[in-house]
Structure formats: structure tokens, C-alpha cells
Design a protein. Structure first.
Length: 303
């Protein structure tokens, strides 16, 4: 069983079993509402995703590709694509995480097989950036803006809201399909085997970061050599396996400082540091302040 403080690389939709399983995240000033387990870490999920930027610059890291988008732009991220979304400057964005059944109408439909399947099963399509200066993307962005208006202005659309949202989701999807069918992009030509490999490696780190794990342990999770393991990390996350492990431990500790009453010593041990002094040294180097100071400043950092 995964411990409560472990954020797995596979991100679950908490609304998946509900009667309206659309998940929408409102991210502003590094705060995600509602909080989601994939926030700010490398992850993937079963749903497709549209991310609409309202303010600032958002940095997307999708496998080994990196893309910056600005206010008015939108990013499509395909099912099962490994990605991380970070703020490049103070920003605000809305993330629509859409179960495929909302676009298929019903199981076994021709839309599910032909239209939805054509995109999510495409061997090379991991993501698609839509920029407001690109005239070809105008119709998609227009439909995304309308979706955003409907969803975040509920007071104006109180009657049959789920119908309104569902209809607009399909309009977004149809506009995307029409653009997709006429688009070929070299950036889609990814190596599916390497994608699966890096997901396995990151999953192992995310599930075992609190333990005393070695480079051999990480490489062994994917049954590859240490050299190949190092190459994969450098290619996809621009860090060595050790650097990524250290970064993830510090990131998880920051969440614990914010959300728990555990002492700094307890947190240091829980995230895999053997000494408190070592943890404080690395934390200060990464965040520019001590863990105690970070905890004291959490209101200004996270609200």
C-alpha cells in the first residue's frame, strides 16, 4: 500500500466514480484548488487534458519536450502522456481533466472508436500547443474560452449546468479534432518504449523516496543498466536519478511542512534523509530558507 504522503506518478481523478466525473483545477499563485496529487510533479492519467492560461507564463514539460505558453494560449495533453506543469512567472490557469466517456457519449459508440480513439491511441501524439497568434487554432481557443466562461460563471448558467458544460466540452473536442486531422507535427514522433520506461523509473522513485534506495535499485525497477537509467533521466527530466530523488524528497517535505504538524526531524526522516543537518542544508539550498522559516511563511507562500 502506498503511504499517505506518497504522491504516485499515476494521478487519479477523485471524481471518476461520481455522476459527473469532470475534474477542473484552478491554479493561481502556486495554489491548486482542489488540490490534486499530480500538481507540480511528473505524472500521467487516464484522462485527456486541456490547460487554458489566463495570466502569466506556464511551463510544460512533456516527456523530453518543453513548451512555454502565455495568457490566452491552451495546451492539449494526451492520455497517459508523462508531464509536469510549472509556473515560469506568477500565473493563473485552469486545467480541464476530461474522462473519455464524456466525449464518447456511450460505450461502443462510433465516436469512441473513430474520433476519441484516433487521438488517444495515436502512437506519436503526446501534446499539442495552441497559441493565440496562430490563426489555425482560433476556433479551438474560442471554444475553450466559452467553456471557461460557462464553468467559472455558474451564477449566469444555473439551469442544467452539467448539460451546458457537456455540450461545450464536445464543441471544444470537435474543434480540436478538425484541427488535428489537418495537422502533422514532427514533435509527435516519440519513442513509446522510452516513454513507458521513464514512467516506470519515476514511479519507483515516487513510491520509495522515503527509503534508502540506490541508483542500482532505480535502474532495476525498469530492468535496465545504470547507464541507460542515467540517460533516461537526463533526457526526460534534465536531472540525474540522484538529483531527481533529492528534488522529490525536498518537494514532499515542503508539502509536509505546510500540511502537517510533524517536527522538522520527523519530516527529514520520513522523506529519506539520514540526518537533520543534511536535510536543512539541502532544503535551504533549494528553497532559499530553512524548513522552520518556510513553515512560518506558509501563509504568504500558499494562500
Amino acid at each position: 500500500m502506498i503511504e499517505k504522503d506518497v504522491i504516485p506518478v499515476y494521478s487519479h481523478n477523485p471524481y471518476d466514480a461520481t455522476r459527473f466525473p469532470l475534474l477542473v483545477l484552478d491554479v493561481k499563485r502556486q495554489v491548486c484548488k482542489p488540490y490534486n496529487e499530480g500538481f507540480r510533479v511528473f505524472h500521467w492519467h487516464d484522462e485527456i487534458q486541456f490547460v487554458y492560461i489566463l495570466q502569466g507564463i506556464v511551463h510544460f514539460h512533456i516527456y523530453d519536450k518543453e513548451v512555454d505558453l502565455r495568457a490566452g494560449d491552451c495546451m492539449f495533453i494526451n492520455q497517459a502522456a508523462l508531464h509536469q506543469i510549472m509556473e515560469k512567472e506568477d500565473c493563473h490557469y485552469h486545467s480541464y481533466i476530461i474522462p473519455l466517456r464524456l466525449l464518447s457519449f456511450f460505450q461502443g459508440s462510433i465516436m469512441e472508436e473513430r474520433d476519441v480513439g484516433a487521438v488517444v491511441n495515436h502512437p506519436f501524439l503526446t501534446h499539442f500547443a495552441m497559441r493565440r497568434e496562430d490563426e489555425k487554432c482560433g476556433s479551438i481557443l474560442e471554444e475553450v474560452r466559452e467553456l471557461d466562461q460557462i464553468y467559472f460563471n455558474e451564477s449566469e448558467h444555473t439551469d442544467h449546468l452539467e448539460y451546458r458544460i457537456s455540450i461545450q466540452l464536445v464543441k471544444v473536442w470537435l474543434a480540436f479534432l478538425e484541427q488535428f486531422s489537418n495537422t502533422v507535427s514532427p514533435e509527435w514522433y516519440e519513442n513509446a518504449r522510452s516513454h513507458k520506461r521513464i514512467r516506470t523509473l519515476l514511479s519507483f522513485v515516487h513510491e520509495n523516496y522515503g527509503k534508502d534506495i540506490s541508483l542500482n535499485d532505480i535502474a532495476g525497477a525498469a530492468n535496465i543498466s545504470v547507464t541507460e537509467c542515467q540517460r533516461c533521466f537526463r533526457a526526460y527530466v534534465q536531472r540525474s536519478p540522484y538529483q531527481y530523488l533529492m528534488w522529490y524528497r525536498l518537494d514532499r517535505s515542503a508539502v509536509m511542512l505546510r500540511d502537517s504538524d510533524e517536527t522538522v526531524t520527523e519530516i527529514a526522516m520520513n522523506v529519506g534523509f539520514h540526518s537533520v543537518s543534511s536535510y536543512i542544508k539541502y532544503f535551504k539550498k533549494f528553497y532559499g530558507m530553512t524548513p522552520v522559516k518556510y513553515r512560518q511563511n506558509k501563509e504568504s507562500l500558499f494562500l
